[in-house]
Write a protein that binds this ligand. Structure first.
Ligand SMILES: Nc1ncnc2c1ncn2[C@@H]1O[C@H](COP(=O)(O)OP(=O)(O)OP(=O)(O)O)[C@@H](O)[C@H]1O
Ligand SMILES: [Mg+2]
Length: 370
């Protein structure tokens, strides 16, 4: 069996324990203390939530994934469906349906996994006030079950037309549930932080923040060595450290590179830095098309700036050396290019320097020899 997994929530043997974060999160949940979970993309926020849930005996998790919601009725559907899927019993679905009867819901089964799915009538649900009905649904369940609620990718609320109204309504009702913990999870790079730190926002200072950064090397290195070992590969800590540096210690990228190294090497092999090249080729084979597409959309100077960061690093982008290497006619052109690359989420600002969101795109650019 493959010893590494990426691109999905991980648990069991694939999950490196994070005792400090897990304990803190479970404490907050037991105390009914609302919490904002923020971190870079693919750092392991969602996996952490599921791991915490496993250790919380007697609690049910109402897990609502808000990724790609565009309308209030999408929001209603996600909450109602999450409630219906809260436990194995079919009664959760029928209760959820009855609590939001006014929104004329219909129940169907997901053809892929047979799980219940609830859809509300879009004509009744476009009004932000229909949110009241789904929030009441949460309140009803919270009265009946020991519950904590997770809104994952919470920043997506900002994409709704009536987001301010929706946020204000949610906040006012959540306040009425002091014993139920709400976990708001999302990526730092998105609007997540502003929702909780902007004094004008309805959620200003409404929850404590828990930051999910990289897994400490002292925990992650032995874990990854054990995973390689279980997959019949041998490695030493320096090899793992190389992988960690290469991926900026982003948990999901670390697992992706380890998975590629594993699948491009043989049983019993002793892993070395020279094995990385083949692993990267393996990644390019599946992601190269996407990289091609992302870079083809860029203007000449945006591409030059991106290539220069890939080759020379994003530390001193306004030095005359960088401007020369990137062949930039002026700092204004560079500023514009960096803004667009940041808006497009190809790079991000990290401690006064620029980094690639995806370390494999950086490697692909260097490899292409642009
Ligand atoms: N504790 C962990 N131990 C080992 N690998 C992990 C751990 N947490 C996350 N990962 C790796 O990171 C990947 C992404 O994890 P997860 O989806 O939990 O992150 P996320 O921060 O929620 O990501 P996103 O920002 O995309 O929502 C997983 O598929 C797995 O490869
Ligand atoms: Mg996630």
């Amino acid at each position: 069996m493959k010893p590494f997994k990426y691109g999905c929530v991980v648990g069991a043997d694939f999950f490196c324990p994070r005792p400090v974060l897990q304990n803190r999160l479970t404490e907050y949940i037991r105390d009914g203390q609302n919490v904002v979970l923020v971190g870079e993309r693919r750092m392991g926020k969602t996996s952490l939530i599921f791991a915490a849930c496993k250790t919380l005996k007697g609690y049910r998790m109402l897990y609502v994934d808000l990724l790609n919601i565009r309308t209030v009725s999408d929001f209603c559907n996600r909450v109602a469906t999450a409630a219906a899927q809260m436990g194995k019993k079919a009664s959760f679905g029928s209760r959820a349906m009855s609590f939001i009867a006014r929104l004329r819901p219909t129940l169907s089964l997901d053809p892929e996994n047979g799980m219940p799915v609830i859809s509300v009538d879009t004509r009744t649900a476009e009004d932000p006030r229909s949110m009241t009905d789904v929030v009441s649904l949460i309140e009803r369940f919270a009265k009946e079950e020991k519950l904590f609620v997770v809104f994952d990718e919470f920043q997506e609320i900002k994409k709704l037309d009536d987001s301010e109204q929706v946020l204000a309504l949610l906040r006012s009702r959540i306040q009425l549930l002091p014993d139920t913990c709400f976990v708001f999870s999302g990526s730092v790079r998105a609007d997540m932080v502003s929702i909780f730190t902007d004094p004008a926002s309805a959620f200003y200072k409404s929850a404590l923040t828990l930051e999910v950064s990289n897994i400490p090397d002292d925990d992650f290195i032995p874990f990854l060595l054990r995973r390689f070992n279980s997959g019949n590969r041998k490695a030493d800590p320096d090899f793992i450290r190389y992988i960690l540096e290469f991926t900026n210690r982003t948990t999901g990228d670390v697992q992706q590179l380890c998975a590629a190294v594993w699948s491009t090497t043989e049983d019993g092999q002793y892993l070395q830095e020279s094995n990385i090249a083949a692993a990267l080729q393996d990644i390019f084979a599946t992601e190269g098309g996407q990289f091609e597409f992302q870079t083809a959309k860029l203007t000449r100077y945006q591409l030059k700036a991106l290539i220069a960061i890939a080759k020379f690093g994003g530390e001193k982008v306004y030095s005359s050396e960088f401007l020369q290497r990137a062949e930039m006619p002026s700092t204004t052109t560079l500023t514009k290019a960096l803004k667009r690359l940041t808006d497009d989420r190809l790079i991000y600002n990290y401690r006064k320097s620029y980094r690639f969101f995806n370390p494999f795109l950086r490697a692909w650019i260097v490899n292409r020899g642009f």
